[in-house]
Design a protein around this ligand. Structure first.
Ligand code: HEC
Length: 130
């Protein structure tokens, strides 16, 4: 065997490596569930209720910044009616599933994957007050 890379192979690699890098960068998902599916396999998203699953997560992780007369981002998350607004306009799923630090909520400290899946399932079910 010749211990050096043939010239034609070198130029082939020079061409193909950037192409592979571009293709790989297309596989980047800004979505927590798609990035970490293995963390959430045992998550039961059937029968997710607002009172049983959603309200406790929001109270524990969101309310301290999103309450009172001057909530962060102008977004109030204290009652069902408040939460319903961001559920219906897509922001609740967007901020909880995002891995972009400028968007992600809670900031820099994403919710556990199962909580995110429950929120998404509840919103997809029409965000009922159940
Ligand atoms: C440590 C404080 C803090 C916590 C905890 C927090 N947020 Fe926020 N939130 C902010 C700040 C600050 C902004 C405004 C960000 C901005 O405008 O750039 C914001 C903005 C938002 C917005 C509006 C985003 C937009 O694009 O308009 C939503 C929706 C939101 N938060 C939901 C949540 C949810 C849901 C949780 C819990 C899972 C949460 N936040 C937890 C501080 C917090």
């Amino acid at each position: 065997m010749i211990p050096i890379v043939p010239k034609y192979l070198k130029s082939f690699l020079k061409l193909i490596i950037p192409v592979i890098l571009i293709l790989l960068s297309g596989c980047y998902y800004d979505n927590y569930e798609e990035l970490y599916p293995e963390l959430s396999q045992d998550c039961d998203t059937s029968n997710v209720t607002f009172a049983g699953a959603i309200a406790p997560v929001i109270q524990a992780n969101c309310e301290r910044c999103h309450n009172g007369s001057d909530p962060n981002g102008g977004v109030l998350l204290t009652t069902y009616e408040d939460i319903k607004v961001v559920a219906d306009n897509g922001l609740l799923v967007q901020v909880t599933t995002s891995s972009n630090p400028d968007v992600q909520m809670p900031p820099g400290n994403p919710l556990p994957a199962c909580d995110i899946q429950k929120i998404t399932a509840w919103v997809e079910a029409g965000a009922p007050n159940n």
